[in-house]
Write a new protein. Sequence first.
Length: 83
Amino acid sequence: MSTFTGIVVYFLIWWVSIFLVLNIGHRVAENPQVGTDRAAPVKFYLGKKLLLNTAIAAAIWLVIWAFIKFSGISFRQMVENWQ
């Protein structure tokens, strides 16, 4: 896997996993203020969620990288064999 391909794969994994991480620790107010949506979180903790998502995406990316590195599979070879 080239550096560019690795960055693209990591970005895609990060982007997909953010939708899972955003729901972690979601707490809503029991009595929301007037004008506030009922599903609005009490505290959002965006920084912690971004760091958690980065760690999760890195772990998933490392598993994919190790599989590609040690199995001998390459994206270029898969495209060439597909044609």
